[in-house]
Design a protein around this ligand. Structure first.
Ligand code: PBG
Length: 324
């Protein structure tokens, strides 16, 4: 035999020498859930090891992460039902929980990179990402709310704004609004190919943000479609996105690869709540080896073509020393 591929696997030194992909702390974005109270840190039942933090504890958590070399965070608010309305008005109200959290992190830790979420669902009494009228989700009317939300987040100090709502035209709309208000340096990470997925369940538990009626299939993508992701990516490119995101991650590695091969913008993968819950459940049962299963999962996103990985595992992989 002239070719024996096993020669390149014969020792750890050689295996490391030929390793194509690595995960570093710099690739990771850590999603954090916030709740309005003090000294609170409550575990999300379906996401062992993941908590909702009041702002005081959020700052402690961020500080610990920074000390571990983890610099990027994506924030999501759990809003009291009594503050929600059809128009998600509280989402851009001065001094709301979310804006205070951004501000607190940026003023205490200017080196932290804050990704903020733009969508109506955590603030909407209907639990949808857009304005509900009868059985419809209004597109263009929703853009106005998203714009106000994005602007308020930019003013509070967001580094990267990530619209997760899947309304048509929102990247261009928000880009223009940010620019005309002097926020030309605030980046846009578009949830480009966001699928109507079963894997968001634990996240909706964490935020109490599940739709009150219907589902999200008229705005989030059909899991059976791949080529449609190219249309979304093309539009995001043209409308001024700085990153293209694919969500969920694991069941959509082919979409990460597709966008990577067809577009030159950096690709982000969102390793969502249900993927985290799935691994943790098997690990807790002793059915999977924790370190190996988690690291293999994270590597798959890099291999598929993502550079940024939003993952609930971000802190633990550093704490446990798994990034070598
Ligand atoms: C909603 C939003 C969702 C997630 C992030 N932003 C859920 C949804 O679309 O219902 C899910 C993240 C996760 O599951 O980890 N704008």
């Amino acid at each position: 035999m002239l070719h024996r591929p096993r020669r390149n696997r014969k020792s750890a030194v050689i295996r490391d020498m030929v390793q194509e992909h690595h995960i570093t702390a710099k690739n990771l974005i850590f999603p954090l859930f916030i709740v309005d109270s003090t000294s609170q840190k409550t575990e999300v039942a379906s996401m062992p090891g993941i908590y909702r933090y009041s702002i005081d504890n959020l700052l402690k958590e961020v500080e610990q992460c920074l000390n571990l070399g983890l610099y990027s965070f994506d924030l999501f608010p759990n809003i009291e039902d009594s503050l929600k309305d059809k128009m998600a008005t509280v989402s851009y109200q001065k001094g709301n929980l979310y804006l205070r959290a951004i501000n607190a992190i940026k003023s205490n830790f200017p080196e932290a990179c804050i990704v903020t979420d733009v969508a109506m669902d955590p603030y909407s009494s209907d639990g949808h990402d857009g304005i509900v009228e009868g059985s419809k989700i209004l597109n263009d009317e929703t853009l106005e709310v998203l714009g106000k939300m994005a602007l308020a987040q930019a003013e509070a100090g967001a580094d990267i704004i990530a619209p997760s709502d899947m309304m048509d035209g929102r990247i261009g709309y928000i880009r223009e609004l940010l620019d005309s208000n002097g926020f030309t340096e605030v980046s846009l990470m578009s949830y480009t190919a966001k699928y109507a997925s079963a894997f968001y369940g634990p996240f909706r538990d964490a935020l109490n943000s599940a739709p009150k009626a219907g589902d999200k299939k008229t705005y989030q993508m059909n899991p059976a479609n791949a080529r449609e992701a190219l249309i979304e990516a093309q539009l995001d490119m043209e409308e001024g996105a700085d990153f293209l995101m694919v969500k969920p991650g694991l069941p959509y590695l082919d979409i990460i690869r597709l966008l990577h091969d067809n577009f030159d913008l950096p690709i982000a993968a969102y390793n969502v709540s249900g993927e985290y819950a799935m691994l943790k459940a098997a690990i807790q049962n002793g059915w999977l080896d924790e370190e190996r299963a988690i690291m293999e999962t994270l590597l798959s996103f890099k291999r598929a073509g993502a550079t940024a990985i939003l993952t609930y595992h971000a802190k633990e992989v550093l704490e446990k020393g798994w990034l070598k």
